[in-house]
Design a binder for this molecule. Structure first.
Ligand SMILES: [Zn+2]
Length: 313
């Protein structure tokens, strides 16, 4: 059977959670000034509790890309994540799209978040995910900054066509974007010459569960690759306050099927094997040399360099 590693076990997929609250999503930025954030009802803590309980029930360890802004206000929640054996990774500090920051601002944002998360957890933070998958050809320099600030992997490019993000012709699976830094794109399914989103977000809430399951299975079995799935704490929270006055498209994307998300994730956790990003995509820790000479790193195509040499910058 394809997609089965030597041990005879099905591939492990990466379960990831972008820890932010409902009022911080990029689509709401035109309607909610960030100066208002502190005055809004925060629901991330209780939603995290539900997620931690669900993961615990399935015995699954996941990766939490956590916003520095949240960690600063809810240090206990961050410690709960770490104490439960999950990987703490960074979602930056202030949730500005990387594409809206200059290199100095981006460096300041990711440095602040990393330091904060490391102080709270007492462990190195190796992973970063840009808000709204906002790294692409126009800000490829962001990878230099991530490498220089001690990140080992990123999950910030979405190889699809979308009005807010996406880089449809970039690699679909993990690759070395520069020496010592791996980009692990969120998973897509290649079908009839197009990349289809198949790994979370609004699409997972909109499509029937069986279709989402079929897409992940296909990636595991036909591509022989681990999938990267993502969701947000606010996506399991049907009772969250409604943001008034937003445009119809953003409203639909944000609120569709919230009530079904937790049950679907429950099924997903039971239907596949899951793990943390660092355990699935980084070479085994312990040997510093493994970062550059390990089998996992060596197997990754050096496409990042090729892309930046083809005039994408
Ligand atoms: Zn986000």
């Amino acid at each position: 059977m394809t997609g089965m590693p030597a041990a005879g076990q099905p591939l492990r997929n990466a379960m990831t959670i972008d820890v932010e609250d409902y009022f911080q999503v990029s689509a709401f930025a035109p309607y909610i000034d960030r100066a208002q954030w502190d005055g809004l009802e925060c629901r991330v803590e209780r939603n995290l509790e539900r997620i931690l309980a669900l993961l615990d029930r399935h015995g699954v360890k996941a990766t939490f890309f956590t916003l520095g802004w949240i960690a600063e206000r809810y240090p206990q929640a961050v410690r709960r994540i770490v104490d439960a054996g999950h990987e703490l990774a960074s979602h930056g500090h202030g949730h500005q799209r990387a594409s809206e920051l200059d290199p100095a601002q981006f460096r300041a944002d990711v440095t602040r978040a990393k330091a904060l998360l490391e102080d709270l957890s007492g462990r190195p933070v190796l992973g970063y995910r840009a808000p709204s998958f906002s790294i692409g050809p126009a800000n490829w320099w962001a990878f230099d900054v991530l490498g220089e600030t001690g990140h080992r992997y990123s999950s910030s490019v979405y190889p699809i066509r979308h009005d807010h993000y996406g880089m449809p012709d970039s690699p679909r699976f993990a690759y070395e974007v520069k020496p010592g830094l791996i980009e692990v794109p969120v998973t897509t399914l290649r079908l009839r010459g197009r990349n289809l989103p198949s790994s979370g977000g609004g699409y997972f809430r909109l499509l029937p569960y069986a279709l989402s399951r079929w897409m992940i299975r296909r990636v595991n079995e036909q591509d022989g690759q681990s999938a990267v799935f993502y969701f947000h704490p606010w996506e399991i929270d049907a009772e969250q306050p409604r943001v008034p006055g937003i445009d119809a498209k953003s409203r639909f994307r944000h609120y569709v099927n919230l009530r079904h998300t937790l049950g679907r994730i429950d099924r997903l956790l039971g239907d596949f094997r899951w793990g943390r990003m660092d355990e699935i995509f980084l070479p085994p820790s312990g040997a510093a040399q493994a970062a550059t000479t390990g089998a996992a790193a060596a197997a990754l195509p050096r496409l990042g360099a090729a892309l930046s040499h083809e005039g994408r910058l």
